[in-house]
Design a protein around this ligand. Structure first.
Ligand code: PLP
Length: 413
């Protein structure tokens, strides 16, 4: 008799709970010592200076004023047409590359990643991302019978490691006839790095030439979950112009999410956008992605999609909304700048943070560094390769001195 009832492929599946564990420890310390004494740098959401979850007021007003039908009725499987058009406009702003586009609604950015893996990587193949990566990519691949493989994000000078990227792409394409590459930029989780224009030019060159050798298909999924906190709209999207007129065997997708940009994390609304110079490839994208949505969650949150469209259609509302979001961005920017300045001053080797919710410090024993930090009532997340600090969650007043304390903990372990 066996004491497992799962199918063999499901046996032993369990989510790793490092973030949950770190966050629980922070909450316990806050209850014990008082929240004002505790620095909780574990949360992946914007926490305002009053240490409450930030909510963009215009989003809240529009959301609360929705007619009940807009909340409870089913939406089309592909998403509301107005939402999909708007999502394409929001994804590219004025940086639309030449080509055909299509968007299909998804359950958050996570759902978009899921749909890309389901349809643009072979079962049993490897999907490529950088060695510093958002943990769920691994489960998203594994759940669907794929494996995640990584290239080194940085070289020894902390520049984008194009050499290792090239090596990995070539290596995998020797064994696979297609390759899905996930690149989370701008404002990468967990490092805060954004690929530069040059980095992108090189990535595209490598993919173009790797695609030429034999009959290879390459798909790039650009995960833009944090793009609304990465600087001026068109500046942050400038790289997208480089995707104009790509060869048919180089397909580009974008994982769009309302979680951060609209402070609607729990409403689970996003989209997968496909871009190709070939219309047939885009029609195929719409069909297969819609199919996977139907087979996974059916349709998604109608109310949240409507909020996005309503804000976008009203110039005054949009202006107000963008100003409110800009204020949050400025807050995060200030917090990150305090940390990075102090890190440079005390010799703490933080990775090159450009923007976004997180920054990271490489460490040999990240768990030991995080444990040591508990002496100072600082709580961060121990990743495999280092310590992640949620800049989005720590008020500026608590940022001061944190780099130095991390340096002490780092030196002590
Ligand atoms: N991609 C990255 C790198 C993320 O960090 C997140 C959220 O934490 C997402 C995608 C998707 O988020 P959601 O599914 O909430 O839209």
């Amino acid at each position: 008799m066996s004491d497992t009832m799962t199918a063999s492929h499901a046996f032993g599946k369990e989510l790793s709970d490092v973030i949950f564990g770190a966050s629980a420890a922070a909450q316990k310390a806050a209850a014990q010592h008082g929240a004002q004494k505790v620095t909780n740098a574990t949360i992946g959401a914007i926490i305002d200076d009053d240490e409450k979850l930030a909510c963009i007021p215009t989003m809240e007003n529009v959301f609360r004023s929705l007619p009940m039908n807009d909340i409870i009725a089913y939406a089309p499987i592909a998403g509301l047409p107005g939402y999909l058009d708007t999502v394409i406009d929001l994804t590219f702003a004025d940086q639309k590359p030449n080509g055909y586009f299509s968007a299909v609604a998804s359950a958050g950015g996570t759902g978009a990643v899921h749909n890309a893996i389901a349809n643009y990587s072979e079962i049993g193949d490897k999907v490529l991302t950088s060695d510093w990566y958002w943990g769920p990519y691994n489960a998203l691949c594994h759940e669907q019978g794929r494996e995640l493989d990584t290239y080194q994000l940085f070289d020894e000078k902390q520049n984008f490691n194009i050499a290792d990227f090239t090596k990995k792409v070539e290596e995998l394409l020797k064994k696979q006839s297609s390759l899905l590459i996930i690149i989370n930029t701008p404002a990468h989780n967990p490092t805060g790095y954004s690929l530069s224009e040059d980095d992108w030019a090189q990535v595209i060159d490598v993919c173009k030439s790797a695609g030429k050798s034999g009959d290879k298909k390459i798909s790039i999924l650009v995960d833009i979950a944090y793009i609304d906190y990465a600087g001026e709209k068109n500046e942050a999207r400038k790289f997208m112009k480089q995707f104009s007129d790509l060869p048919d065997n180089l397909f580009v997708m974008f994982a769009f999410s309302m979680s951060k940009g609209y402070t609607m994390y729990g409403q689970r609304t996003g989209a997968l956008i496909g871009l190709s110079a070939n219309k047939t490839i885009i029609d195929e994208f719409t069909a297969v992605t819609k199919y996977t949505s139907r087979a996974t969650w059916s349709n998604i949150n109608r109310g949240a999609m409507t909020v996005l469209t309503k804000i976008q259609q009203d110039a005054a509302l949009l202006k107000q909304f963008e100003a409110e979001r800009e204020a949050l961005y400025q807050k995060i920017k200030e917090r990150g700048a305090i940390f990075m300045k102090e890190a440079a001053e005390c010799g703490l080797n933080a990775l090159p943070y450009k923007a976004g919710f997180f920054l990271s410090i490489p460490a040999k024993d990240p768990a030991a560094v995080c444990d040591k930090l508990h002496d100072d009532l600082i709580f961060a997340v121990p990743l495999k390769k280092g310590v992640r600090v949620a800049v989005c969650a720590v008020p500026a007043s608590k940022m001061y001195g944190m780099a130095e304390k991390i340096k002490h903990a780092w030196d002590a372990v």
